[in-house]
Design a protein around this ligand. Sequence first.
Ligand code: ARG
Length: 429
Amino acid sequence: MSNKMWGGRFEAAPDDIMTQINASIDIDRRLWRQDIAGSKAHAAMLVKQNIISDADGQVLQNGLDRIAGEIESGQFDFKTELEDIHMNIEARLREIIGDAAGRLHTGRSRNDQVATDFKLWVRDACDDLIMQIEGLQDTLHTLSKEHDTTAMPGFTHLQVAQPVTLGLHLDAYWHMLSRDKTRLADCRKRLNKSPLGAAALAGTPFPIDRDMTAQDLGFERPMSNTMDAVSARDFATEFLFCCTQCGLNLSRLAEEIILWSSSQFGFITLSDQWSTGSSIMPQKKNPDAAELIRAKTGRLTGNLTQLLMVLKALPLTYNKDLQEDKASVFESFDTLTLCLSATNGMVATMRVHKDKMREAALSGFSTATRLADWLVMNLNIPFRDAHHITGQIVKIAETKGCRLDELELSDMQQIERGITEDIFNSLRI
Ligand code: ARG
């Protein structure tokens, strides 16, 4: 039998493989709440505009509520032959309420319907991720305050550069996450215009009220160009970029956690809850969660690239290619959610070895820049010369095999006579 929803002109049923390639229900079933909300708003508007009767409107609302209950409680039977979430819900509506179901799609197309549902979903996802990021930021903030005097080496080129504090280092991630948050908020703001009412691409002759449905669904206003409304997916690529960038930031922290927890660094020990063992080496404690967060950046980047490629050179307006827009978005949301929670758990429970960090902060002549600055500030030596003098002092320490603060004052005076005991305040941390 041909398809009940659009098969009027068809004689034969689609091939099984055609049904398979055409179906998106396994993925877009996640849009069910948004689809029902969109349909309820559309039905209410059709009533208000006298396009359908009050009675039909009421029956539609009740039917849609009942379907929401069925899906919520796991009783809904999703069917591949009904392609997607929109047709699954509409077909079920017909089973429940009969012919009135056929009036729901008046003045609407699946093209504006799916764009609306998807935008509603991404909007919620932005809000959700913003909250999750804030959770991680709170953990980082607490730790930063706790460690605002915990000395650690700051690195450039992964070589010890200058002493910093662990508080400062963690606070850097707090700031990166703040930007990730504002990026998501910005994406949310830009996407919050309603495609509903654009119909297939050219609007509809019915006297619909697009402002009403936009408002009902919490959109700022309707999208003004109907062709743009059904074709645009830049909100999804933008969302994917936001996820990728945030994941990328997490991968940098993950990499540092991996380094810091190695025996070579010994700065931190991850809690047992956030480590794994080796099946052959009994002594091992591995930072698997951090490694996976590092690796999942590949998935996030891949998802972004996938949708960019789907959209490249796609002519207006709706093309079925656009059905391939959701899997990546859902997966990136899930992946980032997992990475944010795991990072939070790892960081909140790690043990910090202050002594090891302090020791490392003094290694590698890390206070050399302070020494040079002291020469400039106290002896009015031009910085370039101070840099050179400091280099010579570093060389003495290197030869003696000691740190800068372990040198004798006379060692330094040998290079620059003006240096006084006060220099040690700059060499100790
Ligand atoms: N499942 C489709 C999608 O996700 C819904 C829109 C179908 N529109 C159409 N003209 N075939 O894109």
